[in-house]
Design a protein around this ligand. Structure first.
Ligand SMILES: [Zn+2]
Length: 258
């Protein structure tokens, strides 16, 4: 691999923390290199060359210089600061929640272009469209899909028979929904029931994976989101306990479920 001394990429600012008197460590999710933490020197000085370009959630084009331990941010130009999102406290909280999920699911210096795309697309959706809750759930669903954790919602995960329109048992160990016959012999004490309204939205999401959704799609589902939200948060907690030992992730999911 060629390791250029300087490299440039599209990125979203996920988080920042102070370092010394005038610097910050900025965590980015980049299109080409996955997650990167880098020092922005002098960013806390008045009149810093970075201005407001390193605000959390900004979509930027940034140039980095390789360092011995941490790389540094050389330049940063804002592509989109999501002006309308920033006027809405709920949307800001939702944007930060999404950034935190990407910080946990995204790997250091390992590109996942689909993850970058759903992150920047969701911030645009929160900026442009109504019904922000829908965009957060659509993001979570695709995050599970692109991370390889998405369960089966169309057919019974055990016997493959098609499922009728009713409430069904979800078995997280088997990785999907059970038909009534298979549910009768299910002895997994971690299974739970997903309502027909929740399943309708989950299947709609599953069928839409290759599509770009817009405001009209969000409007259709506006009434039915509580059940799908509950499902996604319980399922993500299950994955967190199995695959992410981070208690920060558990706290995040618990907090955002309230
Ligand atoms: Zn079955």
């Amino acid at each position: 691999m060629v390791r250029n001394r300087v490299y440039k990429t599209d990125a979203v600012v996920l988080k920042q923390m102070p370092l010394g008197e005038t610097n910050r460590i900025i965590t980015f999710y980049t299109r080409e290199y996955g997650k990167i933490a880098a020092i922005a020197r002098g960013v806390r000085r008045p009149g810093s060359k970075f201005g407001g370009s390193l605000e959390i959630l900004n979509h930027v084009e940034a140039a980095f210089g390789r360092g011995r331990s941490l790389d540094s941010v050389n330049e940063c130009v804002v592509i989109n600061s999501y002006k309308y999102l920033r006027q809405n406290l709920t949307a800001i909280a939702q944007g930060i929640y999404i950034a935190e999920l990407v910080d946990i699911f995204g790997e250091d210096r390992s590109a996942n272009i689909r993850l970058f795309e759903i992150l920047s697309e969701t911030l645009s959706n929160l900026d442009r469209y109504e019904n922000s809750e829908f965009w957060v759930l659509w993001f979570e669903f695709r995050l599970l899909h692109f991370s390889g954790f998405l369960p089966e919602f169309i057919d019974c995960v055990e016997c493959r028979s098609p499922l009728d329109r009713s409430d069904h048992t979800f078995n997280p160990v088997a990785g999907g929904i059970l038909c009534p016959l298979c549910a009768d012999s299910d002895v997994n004490d971690q299974s739970w029931v997903v309502s027909v309204t929740g399943l309708t939205v989950l299947r709609y999401f599953q069928r839409s994976l290759e599509l770009t959704l817009g405001q009209a799609d969000a409007d259709i589902s506006v009434v039915d989101l509580l059940d799908v939200k509950t499902f996604l948060r319980i399922y993500m907690r299950y994955i967190a306990e199995r695959d992410f030992k981070s208690t920060g992730f558990l706290d995040l999911i618990k907090f955002k479920n309230n």
